[in-house]
Design a protein around this ligand. Sequence first.
Ligand code: AMP
Ligand code: MG
Length: 409
Amino acid sequence: MLPVEQAEAIILDLVNGFDSQRDVETLNLGASLNRILATPVISQLDFPHWDNSAMDGYAVRFADVETTPTTLEIVEEIPAGYQPQNTLQPGQAARIFTGAIMPQGADTVIMQENTEKAENSVKILQSPQSGEFVRHRASFYQAGTPLLSPGIPIKAAEMAVLAAAQCSEVTVYRQPRIALFSTGDELVPVDQPLQPGQIVDSNQYALSAFIAQTGGIPLPLGIVRDREDKLRETIAYAISTADVVLSTGGVSVGEYDLVGKILQELGGQVHVRTVAIKPGKPLTVATFNANKTGRPCLYFGIPGNPVSALVSCWRFVQPALKKLSGLKAHWLPHFVTAKTAHPLKGAGKRDAYLWGQLTLKNEQYEFKLAGGSHSSGNLINLAQTNGLAIVPTGTKEILAGEAVRVMQV
Ligand code: AMP
Ligand code: MG
């Protein structure tokens, strides 16, 4: 039984991030939200593109306004987007607005609030600093400067940068293709009436959602009966076509738990069999040599209990998918220290991961255990979970009011 951190390290080591030449696609900028940038973005433009005004006011020659009050002739009005027509001569000013190009001859902007306008002239009431309120060309970034580096997700701010740099198309990593299927004779699809002994295959939905949220493309392969030939067929197909395979069920020690055996028969190298975590102990992780995608395939045999399945995904699969997808950093889960509102029971030789809600109260995190049973079969009280409180191996109990480490999900 591997300690959690060791299993995490082994799994991350098995993952080679996507290749920045081969595993990429080019998208229209508008379609690139949440995708991972695969190439550096170098600006072809200076930022700002021109000397321009940072204020609504008057463009002037500083020499004219060193002593105030003084009155200047207004020779032009320059709104944003307009090309100035005049060069300012001594004693002249141009009405100017935020973002508008500075006229030739002007070197300073007086904010409107420090002026008094007459018909064709303006009285400057207060002396500015030399060069005040002028944004100089290339003072933010010069053409040729890298603006964004590869391996970052494209969110609203990155969209703005890419648009401003006129990148109408962007090269991003492709999304990982994740095959998933559920094993078990007792499972039925969501729309089928239940016969005695049957339950709905909720994992198929949970895992598809998890994959999509993590930026992957789910390839759902449905329910596979606990029959060796059917399982072998499905696993063989899945590993031939996907970057990662997630199967649930069939990995503990029961007579019908066939996944581990088949993985080995198909030439898989098994790296993890059990992890010291509750729920989620019988996690099987294997790798297969390069398949149709030209890349090795990573296989996660995940325990079937719905809570175990999601906890395994959050704790172990998510970091692997993030690393695979080309993200340069931030693969690991985020942990915070919280005060627990309820006593938290340990799980002996395993780390207990207890689900519940994390809230910020008086600038301190508080953890509230989900109400009801903490059986790994009880998925109902998993809803609204945003934190898993961790009671480390060997700790009997964390008392109410004490500090606990919580993984955010
Ligand atoms: P297993 O890991 O196959 O031994 O399954 C452990 C428990 O999880 C059993 O009670 C199964 O009925 C349940 N289970 C297995 N697969 C699923 C699934 N896809 N959806 C919901 N429950 C499942
Ligand atoms: Mg089963």
